[in-house]
Design a protein around this ligand. Structure first.
Ligand SMILES: *Cc1c(COP(=O)(O)O)cnc(C)c1O
Length: 496
């Protein structure tokens, strides 16, 4: 029997996995969730003998039941290949008694690569299965990271095009260089004369423009989004939690059935939700430690049961977690309210109208699986410093938030359960903050690439290809557009 997907906001007819991947978001604005979380079909002991790709198949076949074996294996093979700089895809480093799950060995050296490497293939396969012959055009506004990871994922994938808008002065020099040097004849990168919100709103307007959709449809084009609420991004993230438990078992770090806590630096709540799904599938995961930076909406939510986005937005050294609305949390809320879509819809309405909603007492009881806390900028820098001094291992700023919160958890709970920390970016991606945390005075005033060389020297970790390439790569994208001319730009790109 096929596993179907339903919306969190209405009781409309459930749809197949491939349809949910193609749609991304439900028509009622809700997110798609599987009608139930499947249990693993193999024992951990057996999974521990599998490669990353084989494990991916074991997990995905349970969620994407309307894909054939050949289709899934082909998507997996195309996604997890030499784009990753290690055959293991997600190696685990044991440092100071914790396990760091390195999710940053893909094309853009951050964890979004893992999902965005496979999403394009899942989408084009889903299109074929549903007899969609249109070219799928991905439109994305980015504040830096997602845009590049999406570009890398969709680059030269047949049947797709991708257009990324970024704020002209709102991304770091390295992030900009990464995007404007993107190869692939189906890729376009455009600078917006405005900020990230302008870019984001422009993209949203285009998505809601029915007339424009019809016009594009006449040219056999349909727009789609690659954002993190697509189940085609969420499910591939479940894989690495299953894989790492099995790996630690194989290496004798765990015994069969032993609990493993997981600490995740959290923004949109996608990565930690994937760990929660892995736990429900039967992986012996203990606590899910949800780590926030100073934008601590989630910490407040876990401690009070109220989600409140009415607060100042703080720019931190872990920018990919600077988020006030964690979209994927809706999937957890839906579960907490007993999968009652009308209750969930009401809460989400309160969030969009008043910026706040509160859970009832009995719903809060179900949050036992989670522990939330946050790290300040100082605590984050301090942990980078200490871990480096103690072990020589260099953490990126996002991973450091999780490491700092893990320390707080141990202190609060006295729980000594072994812990896996999701390491979401290479320190080479946030070199300046990382080097300043290691030695503030010494590295001040150095150029970005000087810092890269210095990091290489002190860490003995070779400079990743992703960084090496942009030093010398040719600029291929120079288009600039006014913030109210984005639609015209899309038209020009797609019909030229
Ligand atoms: C996106 C991102 C996060 C946050 O992950 P979510 O799934 O949105 O919670 C954390 N760290 C890095 C480096 C990221 O790019």
């Amino acid at each position: 029997m096929d596993l179907l997907y339903k919306s969190t906001r209405s009781d409309s007819e459930p749809i197949s996995a491939s349809q949910a991947i193609l749609k991304g978001l439900a028509d009622d604005g809700g997110l798609f969730v599987p009608v139930q979380i499947p249990k693993l079909a193999l024992a951990m002991e057996e999974i521990s003998k599998l490669s990353y790709q084989e494990t991916a198949y074991e997990v995905m076949k349970l969620f994407f039941t309307d894909f054939t074996k050949e289709e899934l294996e082909s998507c997996i093979a195309k996604a997890y290949d030499e784009k990753f700089d290690t055959e293991e895809i997600v190696p685990i480093a044991k440092v100071n008694g914790a396990y760091y799950l390195e999710l940053f060995h893909g094309a853009t050296i951050a964890f979004k690569d893992i999902a965005l490497s496979i999403l394009p293939h899942l989408m084009t396969t889903a299109a074929k299965k549903n007899h969609v012959t249109n070219t799928i055009v991905i439109l994305t506004a980015t504040s830096g990271d997602t845009g590049k990871a999406a570009l890398a994922g969709f680059s030269d994938v047949e049947g797709t095009k991708i257009i990324v808008f970024y704020p002209e002065n709102g991304v770091s020099p390295i992030q900009k260089q990464q995007m404007v040097t993107q190869k692939g004849k189906n890729t376009s990168v455009v600078a917006i004369q405005g900020n990230f919100d302008d870019a984001q709103n422009g993209v949203k307007e285009i998505f809601h423009d029915k007339e424009f959709a019809d016009e594009l449809s006449g040219c056999h084009i349909q727009l789609s989004s690659a954002n993190s609420i697509n189940i085609g991004r969420l499910i591939p993230q479940v894989v690495y939690y299953v894989y790492s438990y099995a790996k630690l078992l194989a290496e004798g770090e765990l015994v069969e059935g032993e609990a493993l806590n997981v600490a995740v630096p959290t923004g949109n709540f996608g990565n930690i939700l994937a760990a929660f799904y892995a736990k429900q599938m039967g992986v012996p995961i203990g606590k899910l430690i949800c780590a926030s930076n100073e934008n601590k909406v989630l910490y407040d939510f876990f401690s009070t049961g109220s989600y409140n986005r009415n607060r100042e937005f703080i720019l931190t050294s872990s920018p990919s977690m600077d988020i006030l609305i964690s979209s994927n949390l809706e999937r957890l809320i839906y579960k907490l309210v007993g999968e009652d879509s009308s209750v969930n819809q009401e809460l989400m309405k309160q969030l969009s109208q008043e910026g706040v909603y509160s859970l009832k007492e009995e719903m809060k009881d179900q949050l036992q699986d989670f522990y939330g806390n946050y790290a300040t900028e100082e605590e984050t820098a301090q942990v980078i410093h200490t871990v480096y001094e103690d072990s020589g291992y260099v953490l990126d700023t996002h991973t450091a938030v999780a490491a700092a919160v893990y320390e707080k958890y141990k202190e609060d709970s006295k729980d000594e359960t072994k812990t896996l920390i999701a390491s979401t970016a290479s320190p080479y991606k946030f070199t300046r903050s990382v080097m300043e945390a290691i030695d503030g005075d010494k590295y001040q005033g150095m150029g970005d690439f000087e810092l890269v060389d210095e990091l290489c020297r002190i860490s003995n970790v070779p400079v990743p290809k992703a960084i090496e390439e942009i030093r010398s790569a040719q600029v291929l994208h120079t288009q600039v557009c006014a913030k109210d001319k984005m639609k015209e730009m899309v038209r020009e790109i797609l019909t030229k």
